[in-house]
Design a binder for this molecule. Structure first.
Ligand code: TAP
Length: 478
């Protein structure tokens, strides 16, 4: 595989104004951290340092939680829903106004292709705020009784794969329901959350309603363990989710966890083939496969296996890997050196366990973190690449003969976040949706999101739902 030098598109880079360093956003203002060490955030495509970021230590976490408590008690918790809605609409409009800039910032800090941050992430982020703004004065219909009450202060910890979208999924319903928040973005992707802090200032959001504290895992841990927190909302790995569930056990804190996945994308012999190939590609290569609901296990009916694989490989050969800021790029950079190491390690395990590895010929940049789109065939259910979340552009292919066998294999996983079904038969779609132990089942499509639809998992994929009316229940007292 050859490598070329990465040169970011200069015109896109020019529309963002990245400061050399950022403080913490507490009580409506950017403030210096009092007891943490600053760290750097880099562009995973070039390894260029983008900015120096403050680390919130325990004293800063305490300050942020107290600011959120005060804002809850004095302003936000008692504000009429119609007034909270005005702020949320204002935030949604500001996101739309600044969406080009935010999309570039997201692609720079995360490594995802600009076409995705511009056409998928940012529109969904704005839509999420618009949607929950509409709920703020209608909470009596949210399913939490006639006089629903907010919980208080929400501690929210989010991952690096959809930084701004995960922020929207967390903050919009929390504020609509009358809670105040302290949110910690992932260490590798803090920039759009800090830009969001500026948007809160632009929207004149009362101080303390939203607080953004940056740092690594220990900042997240101090936040969720803080005794002034009433609610914990976490998205990330199953291991950390489990640790959080343990740490809040025996307290009054309400918890929602959105964790990993190993979704089956199931192709029947009567599936519309062109659409299916696009769906498989979108299912696993969207966002470099850094997607908790990625279609990372492809189950193909034996009678169409040869055709599906041949066409899939041909299509993979057309995918462009490279500069996230180039709008022709399909697959951007892997978010961090650690994540790249994990993808490489699991892919090696796949080979060692006897599965057959294939990637198209593709040039990878010399600088930064990159991984070619990869497919494994000859995979058995016992293989680690069929069981563990790789969280990268790596697809494991298995086969089945009958619908019952497809269901059995699809459900044979500790996870239960999502699944996909490709078939021409409506009755089969309904039967499969009923049989699959997954929070979301897509039919003849994959990785579709909408603020009105609840999203969440079974088993080790976590509990609680985000999105739709159900997403509000997680922020209201019953
Ligand atoms: P996590 O460690 O779970 O990171 C998620 C968030 O939790 C980040 O903000 C992280 O901070 C924070 N965090 C870490 N340790 C914590 C603790 N003890 N208490 C509270 N918060 C804590 O995920 P990762 O290390 O970025 O990725 C590892 C693997 O998790 C990936 O390979 C992938 O398989 C999976 N993953 C899944 C998802 C989804 S959406 N299901 C998302 C990301 C990763 P820092 O990032 O600053 O450490």
């Amino acid at each position: 595989m050859s490598r070329f030098e990465y040169a970011p598109a200069p015109e896109s880079r020019a529309i963002v104004d990245i400061k050399s360093s950022y403080g913490l956003f507490i009580n409506g203002a950017f403030t210096e951290a009092t007891d943490g060490k600053p760290f750097k955030t880099v562009s995973p495509a070039s390894e260029e340092v983008l900015a120096e970021i403050s680390e919130a230590g325990p004293a800063d976490v305490d300050k942020a939680v107290k600011a959120a408590r005060k804002a809850y008690d004095k302003v936000w918790g008692t504000m009429p829903g119609r007034d909270r809605a005005k702020y949320l609409y204002r935030i949604a409009r500001l996101i739309q106004e600044r969406s080009r800039e935010l999309a570039v910032l997201e692609s720079l800090d995360n490594g995802k292709p600009i076409r995705e941050s511009r056409d998928v992430d940012l529109p969904l982020v704005a839509a999420h705020f618009f949607y929950y703004a509409g709920w703020a004065d209608k909470l009596e219909y949210a399913g939490a009784g006639e006089n629903p009450q907010p919980l208080g202060v929400a501690a929210q910890v989010i991952p690096w794969n959809f930084p701004l979208m995960m922020l929207a999924w967390k903050i919009a319903p929390a504020l609509a329901a009358g809670n105040t928040v302290v949110l910690k973005p992932a260490e590798t992707t803090p920039l759009t959350a800090l830009a969001f802090a500026e948007i809160c200032q632009q929207a004149d959001l009362p101080p303390g309603v939203v607080n953004i504290i940056t740092g690594a895992g220990r900042t997240g841990q101090a936040l969720v363990e803080h005794e002034g927190v009433d609610k914990v909302a976490f998205t990330g790995s199953t291991a950390v989710g489990r640790a959080i569930a343990k740490s809040v056990a025996g307290t009054d804190k309400k918890v929602t966890l959105e964790l990993g996945g190993k979704a089956a994308n199931i192709v029947f012999e009567d599936a519309p083939i062109d659409q299916t190939i696009e769906g498989i590609v979108n299912g696993i290569f969207f966002n470099q496969g850094h997607v908790c609901c990625a279609g990372s296990r492809l189950l193909v009916q034996e009678s169409v296996y040869d055709e599906v694989l041949a066409r899939l490989k041909r299509r993979m050969g057309t995918l462009r890997v490279g500069d996230p800021l180039d709008k022709n790029t399909d697959i951007g950079a892997i978010n961090s050196a650690e994540q790249l190491a994990r993808i490489r390690e699991l892919s090696q395990v796949g080979e060692d366990e006897g599965a057959e590895r294939w990637s198209p010929e593709c040039e990878l940049p010399t600088q930064g973190y990159w991984f070619a789109p990869t497919v494994f065939t000859g995979v058995s259910q016992a293989h680690r690449i069929a069981r563990e979340e790789i969280f990268g552009p790596v697809l494991s292919v298995l086969t089945f003969r009958t619908p019952a066998e497809a269901v059995e294999k699809a459900n044979n996983t500790p996870f239960g976040l999502s699944a996909g079904v490709w078939t021409d038969k409506g009755s089969r779609i309904l039967w499969m949706a009923d049989q699959l132990r997954a929070g979301v089942v897509w039919a003849n499509t994959f990785n579709r999101f909408d603020p009105t639809s609840p999203f969440g998992g079974y088993k080790e994929s976590g509990y609680g739902r985000e999105g739709g009316r159900h997403g509000l229940e997680a922020y209201l007292a019953h």
